[in-house]
Ligand binder design. Structure first.
Ligand SMILES: C[S@@+](CC[C@H](N)C(=O)[O-])C[C@H]1O[C@@H](n2cnc3c(N)ncnc32)[C@H](O)[C@@H]1O
Length: 371
């Protein structure tokens, strides 16, 4: 009670009530989305032709779609072969709900699973799935259109909403939101997050501005507030994307926060190890990544540059300047349980990029498990 009074006196109480009201509105809109079906939010699966070509689904096979999203890839797989079974995983309760909808349409073929990559072993155990038993694993990393499109999820620079960014939504209420990170991380940590996860060259300037904003009247609680702050700090900058189109100065800042809040890179590293554990020999692994941080982890796994279950930041043979490895040593160090099914990374066709600009930065890799 004394604490409550202190809050009232300090004016924090009304702020608290406002935040509860905001939370309520978000929950209402979020739960509306929970009841929707994917048909209301069409999502074009990226590089779907390539997925079918390399996954080669055939009758009786079992797959895990690690990033079910709106079910675009899963639906293509279901339509391309009879009698296949798909474990449809997603950490987002909205996606899980979509998966349940699809399971009604394809009874006995879809098993919806709610959880992160790192939670998959527990979930598969409940369905008595054993190691070395799955024919194909598919990963289509990043956010889904429905996560970007709903302002209340806080992923989008162009749609004003609370700085949330949790892919798990309200599933894990203790998980810090992007606003929590901006309010609590010290400058050094903010710099690290922006530099490593956002590959943002102006990380020092932005981190300092975020830190200083704590001492101003205006808190950083919405996507517009953060975007405006970064914009004001980088006034001189002019940025474009791969297609030469104007890109917002806060794009990398948003990417960095999203990756940090969702622990995305560790999840990817763990996800590939899990895929290796559950795939049969000759089982197929397909990954679609959208920025170099994701793709580097995949590449290191596929080429055997993994130490103590963690993908190395650089190929091992370059990690020690004093040592020159002989051929045998390199072979041991880079021995990989994977064999790539194509020589170079694949990217979407111009037609696909025209049709679906979200695919423009996609990098596709397919491999089979060889040991
Ligand atoms: C790009 S979308 C997938 C779209 C999907 N392939 C389709 O065609 O509809 C990525 C999805 O992966 C989910 N996701 C990302 N990281 C995850 C993780 N570590 N564990 C489980 N799901 C994850 C996100 O919630 C999102 O729904």
């Amino acid at each position: 009670m004394a604490q409550l009074l202190r809050r009232i006196n300090s004016g924090a109480f009304s702020e608290y009530i406002n935040s509860l009201k905001r939370f309520h509105t978000q929950s209402v809109r979020y739960s509306q989305q929970l009841n929707e079906q994917p048909a209301n939010r069409p999502h074009l699966p990226v590089m779907a032709e390539e997925v079918l070509k390399y996954m080669k689904p055939s009758a009786g096979e079992t797959f895990v779609d690690m990033t079910f999203g709106a079910g675009g890839h899963t639906t293509k797989l279901l339509e391309s072969a009879q009698d296949i079974k798909i474990f449809a995983l997603d950490r987002d309760p909205v996606a899980y709900n979509y998966a349940k909808g699809l399971a009604d349409k394809y009874p006995d073929q879809i098993v919806p699973l709610l959880g992160r990559f790192s939670e998959l072993p527990e979930l598969l155990k409940e369905h008595r799935v054993k190691a070395n038993s799955i024919d194909g694993f598919l990963f289509d990393f990043g956010c889904s259109s429905m996560q970007f499109d709903i302002a209340e999820r806080g992923f989008s620079i162009s749609k004003n909403g609370p700085l949330d960014m949790r892919m798990d939504g309200f599933r894990c209420p203790d998980q810090p939101t992007a606003a929590d990170v901006l309010a609590r991380a010290d400058v050094i940590d903010l710099e690290r997050i922006l530099k490593i996860y956002g590959e943002e060259k102006q990380y020092k300037k932005i981190a300092r501005a975020i830190h200083d904003a704590r001492f101003m009247f205006k808190k950083l609680e919405t996507t517009s507030e953060l975007a405006e702050l970064v914009n004001s700090v980088l006034l001189e900058d002019y940025r474009t994307d791969q297609l030469g189109r104007f890109s917002h100065k806060a794009t990398k800042t948003f990417q960095a926060l999203r990756i940090f809040v969702n622990n995305e890179l560790n999840e990817i590293n763990y996800g590939i190890l899990i895929a290796q554990q559950y795939l049969k020999i000759s089982g197929r692994l397909i990954t679609i990544s959208f920025h170099s941080l994701e793709d580097t982890i995949i590449k290191r796994h596929l080429t055997g540059h993994v130490t103590e279950n963690v993908a190395n930041t650089q190929p091992l043979k370059f990690s020690n300047y004093d040592k020159c490895f002989n051929e045998e040593e390199v072979a041991v160090v880079t021995s990989s349980p994977w064999m790539m099914l194509h020589k170079h990374v694949l990217t979407p066709s111009f037609d696909e990029i025209d049709n679906n600009p979200r695919s423009r930065s996609a990098k596709f890799r397919a491999a089979i498990k060889v040991k």
